[in-house]
Structures are given as structure tokens and as C-alpha cells.
Design a protein. Structure first.
Length: 624
């Protein structure tokens, strides 16, 4: 086996001879009956640092009804597979934990008026003091009315500064807060994680009112609301970094040790120093241990490294003490998007063109194996999640990740995550290799793997070879790098097995002017292996032209030709399918359909009743 892959070993077959008709299959967006679709009016490009608000939209009644019918059909199939045991008697359930709490605190002994900002005044002072030496860039709420963020510019150092604004406590309020925290720690006898958020908040409020009654302390509404905010943050939230966890503009939060400011990566202003610091090692150590407990994991001096998933889905890496990080405990958090990016977002960001997404829609629908490659933070997993929305709704999906990042609307979906052992390194660990082996016994139609880097990759390619459709990500910056990683240790995939892979997407994070952007640098098809020379045959279908920030189509797609042959289509039918999908995508952008569940409804409607949806799309698209 070769130690490295050169350009000559990846033979590009895109220059093969073609008819003029084949060459023009994808060259332009073709619209029906001579109507002109002005795509430019929809191409309001969004900067990569901007926040995409995925508000739910009102879809046509036909789309909603088909979606509901599809869910009923899938539920009915799942119900038929279930074995329902005979029940001889109905046993009355025991009172829930929340109900027992209500019973306990049903009669409060003290009442405090509900906070009203107009009546009681603001909790946070957002005004600038006269001696504020920086230039305010922006001020925005992250947990209104309790927490705000001010981003300022320091003209002396030419850097941005990130300030958190929270309620300020007087000396008496701080003393009362500390006493309440001590009492709560001593008397609280339930796990707040067992309760819904509203139930936990009500429990804390009631027990604190009980404490105030015991000490006969009279507290004004404004002071009580401030104290309750810090109680919620301490017992239900993330302590010092709680405002940061609520900030939708943040991608990463990093603490390098005690006595060092926490740094964040802001989508608009990139890496910024914050005004949050852990003042001593004991405080930071306690925080790291608490975050590990919140994640349901354990960290100790004996095992001071931990990768975990936080309750909101964010990924966090923790270190404890000075054994592995000499400056003290540390942590790095990668924020989780509750509503993931969708195909219309990828087009708005200009990460992909409409034609590229239409091409990939056909590829996903027709069970092509895809690998997303790129560097750190190039958007590999986000793109895989977005394109997975094109998976037919009734398909069985099994996903495998080290930390949970994927978020799909499909009901027939098993989401698997790895687990480290609780008792040492010998037994109990569940890794991607174990999850993949188990997944093959679950008869999935689509397998989604977060990132392949070791022995699990061999199982993944075996799954491809046996007819399972797989999507995965890998760290590599070119097709040559992908092949090099796959063919060499520790993965060692034989070149003949690489034929099972259909498409490799290379994503990059680059700078255009002053902006940091993500682009699909190339979409390359794996055509096969030359039987005479052993060279891997590839075809670059789409490429990104950096100088113009545009995407170019090479002129031929073997994947589309394969789909056309397998489906029994002719060129005109294939052309019409690509055109329809591009029209649906542009219509969705025009209607601002961005939430992943709404996108899934449109995709499902097209699979169920394509002519009905196209009638709606074309009427609104061309008549508007």
C-alpha cells in the first residue's frame, strides 16, 4: 500500500467526451413554460456571523395535512411492530415528584408580589458611567430582563471587550443570598434534574419563601427577584458562565485556568476577552466538578480528563487540577444550536449554491454514500445535519456520535452516543466501533456517523459495501487527504473498498475581505478504481471559485447518470427533477422557511404529493 496519495493517483474523469445535451443538464436553472425566475431577488446573502432566527412559519394547509398523515402512517407501522402485553388490572400510579412538591408547599406562609419591570424598575443598569473609557459597539439581552451583553472596543489596544451585565446586589442582599444558599444545600432533598424547568423554579421559590418565613425576613419584590435569579443560576444554570450560555452569538467558551479571563468566540467579533474570571483554584475546581455532575459524568484527580454533553446539547471538554494542565483546571465549550442549520440557510450563507443543494437532495434521496471533509469549525456536521433532512420520513436512521450534535425531525431515528467506562479503562467503554457493530443489527437504511478516525471506519465501509447508506465526517482538506487518511494507519481501508463511497464534500473556513465564511470548496464523486493501474477515478462535479465567490459546474455527474439509469428516467425527467427541487428551495427561502421541522414538512410533501406541492410553489414563485 502506498504511503501517500498524489494527484496522479486520483485520475479526474470529468473531461470525458459528452454530447451537448449531457453537458447542459445542469448548466442553467430551467423554468416551466418560458417563465422567468429571478433568483437574484431571493439571494439576500447572510453574513456567516449573523444570527439565523428559525421562527416557525405558517405553511400551506396541504403541506400540514400531508405531514400529519405521514406521521400517523409511521406511528401506525411502529405500533404494529410492538407487542402489547395483557394487563389484568389497572394500578393507580404513585404521585409524581412534582405533585408531592405541590402537596408539601400547597399553603405558602408568605407572599411576594410578582416582579413587573414597569412597576418595580429594571433589574440591570445598562447605562454607561461617565468614566467608561471604551466605545460601546452593541448592547443586547441574552436572558431578559436578568442578563445583558455589552461588546465594547478599546481604542488603545484595538481589541474588543465582552462585558456581562447582571443584577447588582447590595451588601445586605449578598449576605441574605449566601444564607439562603447554605440553607438550601443543607435542606434540599430532591434532584432538580428530575423536574421540568418550571417545576424546579416553583420548588426553589417555595422553599425560599419557607426559609424567609422561618427567619421572619421581609424582602421587597426587586430584591427577592434579584436573589431568585442568582439562586436559579447557581442551582439550575451554569453559574458564572450562565449569561454566556444564553448568548446566541457565541460558538466557543474557553477558560484556560484561574486568574485568567474567560475567552469566547463571537460570530461577529471573533475571539474576545470577557470580564469573567475565576479568582482562585478552589472555585474553578468546584465549578468543573459541578459541570461534570450536570452532564451526568464524573471527573476526579485520578481521571482528570472528560469530554461530555451538557443538558442543552453543547459539547464540553474539562480538565481538573494541575496534572494535565499546569495552570489549573480548564474547560472549553462548543455551543449547541437548538434549531440546526437547514438547506435554505446553507444557500443564504452561500456555503452551497441552489443547484448544489438540489444535486445533493437527489443524492440523499437515492441512497448515495457521502463523506463531509474539512478542518475544525468548517461546518461539516452542520452540513450533514442539514442535508439529512432530505432523508425520506419513513426511513430508519441510526446515528452514532461521540457527543450529541445531530438534530433530526424523523420519528424512526435511533440517536446513539459513545460512553466512557465508570470503573476504569478495562471494561464498560462504548465507542463508535461498538455502536456501529450494534447498528448493523438494527437494519438501518441510513447510518450517520459523527466523525471517523479509527477502526470504526472499516466497519463503516463494510456497511457501505453491504448496501447501507452512510453519511460521515472526517478531518481532511482535500480528496487526496481523505484517501490518504483512509488508506493508511490507523484506518487501513483497502483501495478496492473506497469504490463504495459515492461523494466527498470538501468544506473550508476562509476569509473573504474582513469576513470569515464557510464554503463547500469542492464536491467530488468517486467513480471507481482503474483495474489496470489501480488509480482511484474521481470526478469533481462542483468547485468554488474564490476570486468571484461563485460555484462552477464541471459539466458531468456520474452520480446523476447512475440515478437516471436506476430510476429509469431520461434526460428530460432528470432535468425536470433538478429544476423542481431548485424551485422548492427558492420558494422556501422566499417564504422564510428555515426551521428544520418546517423544511422536513416540505420535503415530505414533495415525496408524497409532488404535483400538489409544485402547483403551490410555482403559483407563488412566478405570480409574486
Amino acid at each position: 500500500m502506498n504511503d501517500s496519495i498524489t494527484e496522479s493517483e486520483l485520475q479526474d474523469v470529468s473531461s470525458s467526451e459528452m454530447s451537448e445535451e449531457e453537458n447542459n443538464i445542469l448548466s442553467e436553472l430551467i423554468v416551466p413554460d418560458g417563465a422567468k425566475l429571478d433568483i437574484d431577488k431571493f439571494k439576500t446573502r447572510i453574513e456567516d456571523g449573523d444570527i439565523i432566527e428559525h421562527r416557525r412559519v405558517m405553511l400551506p394547509e396541504t403541506v400540514e395535512s400531508i405531514w400529519e398523515k405521514t406521521l400517523e402512517e409511521i406511528t401506525e407501522l411502529e405500533r404494529e411492530e410492538m407487542i402489547v402485553p395483557d394487563v389484568e388490572e389497572v394500578i393507580e400510579p404513585e404521585p409524581s415528584l412534582f405533585q408531592r412538591i405541590i402537596n408539601r408547599f400547597g399553603n405558602k406562609k408568605i407572599e411576594i408580589e410578582e416582579y413587573d419591570i414597569e412597576k418595580h424598575g429594571p433589574l440591570v443598569d445598562t447605562s454607561l458611567s461617565d468614566d467608561y473609557i471604551y466605545e460601546e459597539i452593541e448592547l443586547y439581552p441574552v436572558n431578559e430582563p436578568y442578563a445583558y451583553i455589552r461588546v465594547s472596543y478599546n481604542p488603545d489596544t484595538h481589541t474588543y471587550i465582552y462585558h456581562t451585565l447582571e443584577p447588582e446586589l447590595s451588601a445586605a442582599e449578598k449576605e441574605l443570598l449566601n444564607e439562603i444558599k447554605i440553607r438550601l444545600t443543607e435542606t434540599m432533598d430532591i434532584n432538580l434534574n428530575q423536574l421540568e424547568k418550571t417545576g424546579a423554579e416553583e420548588y426553589l421559590r417555595n422553599i425560599i419563601l419557607d426559609i424567609l418565613w422561618d427567619y421572619q425576613i421581609d424582602v421587597e419584590t426587586l430584591s427577592f427577584t434579584k436573589i431568585m435569579y442568582y439562586i436559579y443560576v447557581e442551582f439550575m444554570g451554569y453559574g458564572k458562565i450562565d449569561p454566556l450560555m444564553h448568548d446566541p452569538y457565541l460558538e466557543d467558551i474557553s477558560c484556560d485556568g484561574p486568574h485568567t479571563p474567560i475567552y469566547i468566540y463571537h460570530r461577529k467579533h471573533e475571539s474576545i476577552e470577557t470580564d469573567i474570571t475565576f479568582e482562585d483554584e478552589t472555585e474553578l475546581d468546584a465549578f468543573v466538578v459541578r459541570i461534570a455532575q450536570i452532564c451526568g459524568r464524573h471527573i476526579s484527580i485520578a481521571d482528570p480528563l472528560l469530554d461530555a454533553t451538557m443538558p442543552d446539547g453543547s459539547r464540553i471538554q474539562l480538565t481538573l487540577g494541575r496534572e494535565v494542565t499546569t495552570r489549573g483546571s480548564s474547560f472549553t465549550t462548543r455551543k449547541f444550536k437548538e434549531s440546526p442549520l437547514t438547506p435554505p440557510d446553507l444557500i443564504d450563507f452561500n456555503t452551497y449554491s441552489t443547484m448544489m443543494i438540489a444535486y445533493l437532495w437527489l443524492a440523499v434521496e437515492n441512497s448515495k454514500n457521502i463523506v463531509f471533509a474539512g478542518g475544525t469549525a468548517s461546518g461539516k456536521t452542520s452540513s450533514m445535519n442539514a442535508l439529512s433532512l432530505f432523508i425520506p420520513p419513513e426511513s430508519k436512521i441510526v446515528s452514532m456520535e461521540d457527543t450529541r450534535e445531530l438534530n433530526l425531525p424523523h420519528s424512526n431515528w435511533i440517536a446513539g452516543v459513545t460512553r466512557e467506562t465508570f470503573i476504569g479503562k478495562a471494561t464498560g467503554t462504548i465507542n463508535l466501533y461498538d455502536l456501529l457493530r450494534a447498528a448493523l443489527r438494527q437494519r438501518p437504511e441510513y447510518m450517520l456517523v459523527g466523525e471517523v478516525r479509527g477502526e470504526e471506519t472499516y466497519v463503516l465501509f463494510q456497511a457501505m459495501s453491504t448496501g447501507h447508506t452512510t453519511f460521515s465526517t472526517i478531518h481532511a482538506d482535500s480528496v487526496q487527504s481523505v484517501v490518504h487518511r483512509l488508506e493508511n494507519p490507523p484506518i487501513n481501508i483497502p483501495r478496492i473498498m473506497l469504490q463504495s463511497l459515492d461523494i466527498v464534500i470538501i468544506q473550508v473556513q476562509v476569509r473573504l475581505g474582513n469576513d470569515r465564511v464557510r464554503r463547500a470548496k469542492a464536491i467530488t464523486e468517486i467513480v471507481g478504481v482503474d483495474p489496470r493501474t489501480g488509480e482511484l477515478l474521481t470526478n469533481e462535479v462542483f468547485s468554488w471559485q474564490a476570486s468571484r465567490d461563485e460555484f462552477a459546474y464541471s459539466g458531468r455527474s456520474y452520480t446523476l447518470e447512475s440515478i437516471m439509469e436506476n430510476r429509469g428516467w431520461d434526460h428530460e425527467h432528470l432535468q425536470d427533477e433538478l429544476k423542481r427541487r431548485q424551485e422548492i428551495l427558492e420558494w422556501g427561502r422566499m417564504k422564510n422557511v428555515k426551521h428544520f421541522e418546517d423544511v422536513a414538512k416540505i420535503v415530505t410533501t414533495y415525496y408524497r404529493e409532488p404535483d400538489t406541492l409544485m402547483e403551490i410553489v410555482r403559483k407563488e414563485l412566478y405570480d409574486s
